[in-house]
Write a protein that binds this ligand. Structure first.
Ligand code: SF4
Length: 346
């Protein structure tokens, strides 16, 4: 199985809160046509390619060559782009359709303007929504439109609202991605509180199954490699088989690049079974136990509210009984008798 990710650019027109762009130290730029041709020729020699995704640390639509890149490879494997949709235009949509692109994943974490702006570095939802609607309306059987929602502390409480909102735009296939620290570079517990897995796991199913090619042609550990510390070769200058052999050796000895130690991307454990009762299994269970804790808190709040309502109802009932008792009591009878006596004519 080989998933290929090609970084058309690591430039971006915004700064989402769950993306630690400020930590990028490798050069910022765009893949050239010359570099892409060499890279694509080498990749297409591989017998089985599961997909080719134009993703990475930037907004791929900023590279004006993107549709040409896609057209070059779209008949060999399913193609994807992951975009914030902010620079989509009718011309770009037509170009993407003509390139043979099969999947557009729109990053859309929010169902209202305030949440979306706070998540996406100030992008206006109204503008993005109009462009996404246009994309969905233009999509044919050839090209599907999907969405990715990053589940940070800001978006998690609104999962259902976001799902309904995306459905209302005509998007049915949605990835709800548990937030992670992007190889340890995102360190803000107000955004993402996913715990780190046990040390020394040395396992990464992302690395094992994905070939990540940066815009420079460097093959890096993964898209979280913001400093280029996990470089295992360069597809512009080296043979692909040499690079894949290096990958295999690393997998055998454990995937232990500097950024892997604290990486809590759950997809690094997505392929093989996790042994029960192992520290790793405990970590995975704890991610969901936290979800349970939130649910328990919600249920407790509802229970307390119900108890308050019941208490008020009981007090109201007791008050009514007291009033009824007063009406039927001796004092009331005495007052009524006095009233009748006063009404008697002289
Ligand atoms: S474990 Fe390492 S190689 Fe795997 S996704 Fe995390 S940072 Fe990347």
């Amino acid at each position: 199985m080989m998933f290929v990710e090609i970084e058309a650019t690591n430039q971006c027109n915004t700064h989402c809160i769950h993306c630690p762009r400020e930590a990028i130290t490798r050069p910022i730029g765009m893949m050239s046509w010359e570099a892409f041709e060499i890279i694509a020729d080498k990749i297409l020699t591989q017998p089985v390619i599961s997909s080719i995704d134009f993703a990475g640390m930037g907004e791929p639509l900023l590279n004006p060559l993107l549709s040409r890149f896609i057209a070059q490879v779209s008949s060999y494997a399913p193609t994807y782009i992951t975009t914030n949709a902010s620079v989509l235009s009718p011309v770009k949509i037509t170009q993407l359709l003509e390139s043979g692109l099969q999947n557009v994943i729109v990053s859309l974490s929010g169902h209202n303007d305030a949440l979306f702006r706070s998540m996406s570095g100030g992008l206006a939802l109204q503008k993005v929504e109009a462009q996404v609607r246009q994309l969905v309306a233009s999509a044919t059987e050839q090209m599907a439109v999907l969405a990715n929602v990053s589940l940070t502390l800001q978006t998690t409480p609104y999962v259902m609202e976001i799902k309904n909102y995306l459905n209302s735009l005509g998007i049915e296939s949605i990835f709800f991605s548990k937030c992670h620290n992007r190889g340890g570079y995102l360190n803000d517990s107000q955004i993402c509180d996913t715990p780190v897995p046990p040390k020394g796991a040395g396992r990464c199913d992302i690395f094992a199954n994905t070939l990540f090619v940066a815009w420079t042609g460097e093959v890096l550990a993964c898209c979280h490699d913001l400093e280029g510390k996990g470089q295992i070769g360069n597809l512009v200058t080296e043979d692909i088989d040499v690079i894949l052999e290096r990958k295999r050796n690393i997998i055998q000895n454990g995937v232990k690049f500097p950024m892997c130690e604290n990486c809590n991307d759950i997809y690094r454990f997505s392929q093989d079974a996790t042994p029960d009762n192992s520290p790793l299994a405990e970590w995975i269970y704890s991610l969901y136990a936290n979800e349970d804790a939130r649910a328990v808190k919600l249920i407790e709040t509802i229970r307390q509210r119900d108890a308050r309502i019941y208490d008020l109802e009981q007090r109201e009932k007791a008050l009514k009984e007291e009033v009824a008792g007063f009406k039927n009591g001796r004092l009331m009878r005495l007052l009524l008798g006095l009233q009748n006596w006063l009404r008697k004519p002289g």
